[in-house]
Design a protein around this ligand. Sequence first.
Ligand code: FMN
Length: 369
Amino acid sequence: MSVQPLFTPVRVGDLDLPNRIVMAPLTRMRASSVDHVPTLLQAEYYAQRASAGLIVAEATAISPDGFGWADTPGLWSAEQVRGWRRVTEAVHAAGGRIIAQLWHTGAIAHPDMRDGEPPLSASDVDLLHESVTPTGRKPTVAPRPMTREEIGQTVADFARAARNAVEAGFDGVQILANYLYLLAQFLNRTTNRRADEYGGEIENRARLLFEVVEAVLGEVDPSRVGVKISPMHEGGPMAAHDETLPMVEYAVRELSGYGLSHLLLMGNNTDFTGTPLEPLMGDGMFRHFRPIFRGRLIANVNMTAERGNRLIADGLADMVAFGRPYIANPDLVERLATGAPLADVDWETVYGSGPRGYSDYPTTRQAAA
Ligand SMILES: Cc1cc2nc3c(=O)[nH]c(=O)nc-3n(C[C@H](O)[C@H](O)[C@H](O)COP(=O)(O)O)c2cc1C
């Protein structure tokens, strides 16, 4: 019987992974709500998932200014570093590997979490989305454009968070540059209306991303640094337009030159039909970006064992990342290997507190016993 590509080892940067299954970053809102320190519960949850070739930990704020989602963790204080150390030690003890995802929420934050002050972004464009505050979901507000000094501070904060990640025992970091958050807000023509060197042409809007990448590389070897970026289509100002694809192509091409450990690329997670991204639906995303990025490519969104095996066999990806399936299947690797059925997610408890719907999903073996 031939070995499925998913279960063959792979070297990513300077990490040797026993399989090509990646746990995608998943915000689960189980950190301490006061000081944003990861909890013992999080250590247990991640250790349960240590059979993944690689775990990308949930998005983690780089600074108080970058914090903008209730009950999520940070990586700026000594207590947070200590909290994360318990997580990385638990994962390593269980035989796994885990990297931190560095996050600045930008305009998605809310004045409720900022002493009444508006969140910071490239410009004052309201994302017309939802903020997750300590008292529930609320409509986003118009952010305040960052000063040049605040941009410089943000770059320094990314570097400090990367340094803290290493100190906390993480095996590397991933810079979160897609979806609705700060770096994507700078990249996007609609949300970045700046007239200085951080706005205008694509090269200028990408300046912050590359300053962040270079600052992080000042702290962590490129073989331990990755980026999550993708052309996305969301409602409101983050809707795809004629320049969405050229912008991400530019960013990915430039990222190629840094010898990074990986690129985590999402396929379509919304319907691209009728948008400029329509040709990238399904495997089109990976077919398009594979030749542009020189380095390990992790393909994500709606993966199955069959699809993952095919993408790797066809040379369209090196690894595949599973997000939602990891919520209810701590032993996802074993289930994919044996063809055991996957458990369903209880969506009521995804963004909850406590172990229910978090660390109490059984493995197949536990369920059978
Ligand atoms: C509950 C939940 C939380 C998520 N949190 C994050 C996050 O913190 N950082 C991130 O980059 N993506 C996040 N995502 C996106 C996932 O990493 C992944 O890209 C997405 O779920 C698609 O993969 P899937 O089809 O395997 O679920 C989240 C998705 C879900 C469902």
